[in-house]
Write a protein that binds this ligand. Structure first.
Ligand code: ZN
Length: 247
């Protein structure tokens, strides 16, 4: 199948860390526009709101329907049960602790080093599936406080995985140095208005799990840190696009 791929398509298989959110959907589109074959992996770790996991299948199907050339490259989805994360999270260790948002916009149930665990597990699945590229939406711009999302961490992990598996394992992070507005620009370049419509309608970001409030940037409560970040990014993208047209 790879032999028939166009010359500008990377013949490797990529495994995308796909949560059903805005960032990982852009990463999935990015991978589908580059690699001959793309599979997705998600992690069920008892997320407070199951809605994001439910979005995964919906987004995959919408992409296949809207972009047949991507649909031909999109392979299996893998969903791993990571219930053990609940055993090692802060909430489980101090079980009277209320779940609340921290100033950095992440819930206090956040597990330090979580992305390292995800990438290690993804690498094992990738090895088994013959994939040699891992794609993740880690980003220094929005969550610079999280060391396991930083570029140098992931570069080091790429080396460790490639040595430990004794095969090249590339870690790609297309969102690493761009902000939310630039992520919208990237999505426009990858799939235009059709891709942006899928992101707005079907991806989930809201920490409160709200799906029935519709905004021009997507669905959500509109006031949690995740919604605010998403709304501000969309506004900046729209303003930049308008001034580019005017200029
Ligand atoms: Zn929200």
């Amino acid at each position: 199948m790879n032999a028939a791929a166009p010359a500008d398509i990377d013949p490797r298989t990529a495994l995308v860390l796909f949560s059903g959110g805005q960032d990982s959907t852009v990463c999935l589109a990015w991978a589908l526009s580059r690699y001959a074959r793309v599979e997705t992996i998600g992690f069920d770790y008892g997320q407070r709101h199951r809605v994001e996991l439910a979005c995964r299948g919906v987004v995959r199907e919408a992409l296949v329907n809207a972009f047949p050339r991507w649909g031909a490259r999109l392979g299996e989805d893998h969903l791993l049960d990571l219930g053990l994360l609940g055993q090692i999270s802060q909430t489980a260790l101090t079980d009277d602790r209320a779940i609340e948002m921290q100033a950095n916009g992440l819930p206090n149930t956040f597990v330090p080093g979580r992305n390292l665990l995800f990438l290690n597990l993804a690498a094992v699945v990738a090895y088994r599936r013959g994939a040699s590229v891992l794609v993740g939406g880690m980003c220094e711009t929005d969550y610079s406080g999280y060391p396991d999302c930083r570029d140098n961490t992931l570069k080091a992990l790429q080396v460790a995985l490639s040595l430990g598996l004794d095969t090249p394992m590339t870690v790609e992070t297309p969102l690493m140095f761009i902000d939310k507005a630039q992520t919208w620009s990237l999505s426009e370049g990858l799939g235009g208005a059709a891709l942006q419509a899928i992101i707005r309608e079907h991806t989930h970001t809201c920490y409160q799990g709200v799906r029935d409030h519709v905004h021009e940037w997507g669905r959500g409560c509109g006031s949690c840190p995740a919604c605010e970040l998403r709304a501000q990014g969309w506004q900046r993208f729209v303003q930049a696009a308008a001034s580019a047209r005017a200029g």
